[in-house]
Design a protein around this ligand. Structure first.
Ligand SMILES: Nc1ncnc2c1ncn2[C@@H]1O[C@H](COP(=O)(O)OP(=O)(O)OP(=O)(O)O)[C@@H](O)[C@H]1O
Ligand SMILES: O=P(O)(O)OC[C@H]1O[C@H](OP(=O)(O)OP(=O)(O)O)[C@H](O)[C@@H]1O
Ligand SMILES: [Mg+2]
Length: 285
């Protein structure tokens, strides 16, 4: 049975369970449940603190886990990303009160407050900056106002929390993060191709594709087919079927969801008609 670590709380928890549910796995009904066996799919889920997941996975007790790239790096655990999941996207950045510093180089002698000491200590060392780091559990934006630090380093998504605290970002993002599937580093060649893990990843990839593509169907005149297919090349190649009306064909192709309205406009301009899009619920590429 595959043993998988899943975030039990925070920004990663809901979207991770939703994605697993879409991939056909059972998920817990109550937020207090810490373990769930899904016998049909031969997996056991362990609901753990997001920050601890890389540590469990690196220990080898659990096969794989879902966590944030920033949490993985911060932990320093011997685990690596094997799939990017596209949710909980964020950047990790320094911020100060306006006028405190023009760049990271000015942080020497200052104190940086963060929940991600591992990432920050390494980044400051790499930049050759001698600054103190103080660990806080959360709500780090308030640390400057309350005099605990002159600089913070924290997760930034929309920037609202920084704005509300009257802070401005300094320098380039230290890193970009998103939810990822992780596995212990240094697995044997046999473990690396574990079919149970491969099947799990394929299912999640299926969800990612189903979320980002739509199925598009349309009719077009045979003489416009090449131009139409150039607009909708699909993943492999579109399906073309003859229509009862001579000189017309029906085309079926997968199209990136974000582009679907523009593609429909372009197809219409080309003379295509009966252009339909439908959602994809699941897929295996
Ligand atoms: N506002 C946000 N937008 C996107 N991702 C976020 C946001 N806040 C945290 N994350 C991501 O969530 C992960 C941290 O999860 P964690 O549960 O430790 O903290 P949290 O989501 O802030 O929850 P809490 O602070 O309530 O414990 C990291 O990968 C981080 O990048
Ligand atoms: O740029 P934004 O869209 O404002 O998002 C970033 C904020 O979200 C997270 O905070 P959370 O609400 O999890 O509280 P925490 O600081 O206690 O972790 C993170 O720590 C930032 O504070
Ligand atoms: Mg938080």
């Amino acid at each position: 049975m595959l043993r998988i670590a899943i975030p039990n709380k925070g920004s990663l928890s809901g979207p991770a369970s939703e994605m697993l549910h879409e991939a056909g796995y059972q998920q817990r009904k109550e937020s207090k449940e810490l373990r769930l066996v899904d016998p049909e799919n031969e997996v056991e889920f362990f609901y753990l603190r997001p920050r601890d997941i890389a540590i469990y996975v690196s220990s080898g007790r659990l096969d794989i886990g879902i966590t944030g790239r920033d949490l993985l790096l911060d932990s320093g655990a011997n685990a690596e990303e094997i799939l990017q999941l596209g949710f909980a996207r964020s950047t990790f950045r320094y911020a100060t009160k306006p006028g405190t510093a023009t760049g990271v180089k000015d942080f020497g002698g200052m104190t940086v407050a963060t929940s991600y000491e591992g990432i920050v200590a390494k980044h400051l060392a790499d930049e050759g900056i001698d600054a103190a780091v103080v660990h806080l559990d959360g709500a780090v934006e308030t640390a400057i106002e309350l005099g605990v630090a002159q600089v913070i380093a924290d997760v930034v998504e929309t920037g609202t929390s920084l704005r509300n605290a009257g802070l401005e970002v300094i320098g380039e993002p230290i890193m970009k993060s998103e939810a990822v599937v992780i596995r212990r580093t240094g697995v044997s060649a046999e473990e690396a191709v574990d079919p149970k893990v491969a099947q799990f990843l394929r299912r999640l990839q299926g969800v990612l594709v189903a979320r980002s593509y739509v199925m598009m169907d349309y009719d077009c005149r045979a003489e416009h087919l090449e131009a139409a297919v150039a607009l909708t090349p699909g993943l492999e190649s579109p399906t073309i079927s003859p229509l009862h009306n001579e000189g017309w064909v029906a085309v079926r192709s997968m199209v990136p969801a974000k582009e679907s309205q523009r593609v429909m406009d372009d197809l219409y301009e080309l003379g295509a008609r009966a252009i339909l899009t439908t959602a994809i619920h699941a897929c295996r590429l």
